[in-house]
Design a protein. Sequence first.
Length: 44
Amino acid sequence: MTKQFPTRPTVAEFLADSIALINKTQAQIAAECGFESANAFEAR
């Protein structure tokens, strides 16, 4: 018998769900954290 493990959300799903719970946009969160852009991996 094979033991089944619960399915875990991806990092993207986890972040999307967490952002939805606090009712703020990604841009608002980035600004409050001191980032210029909501894109954390922005090329410069």
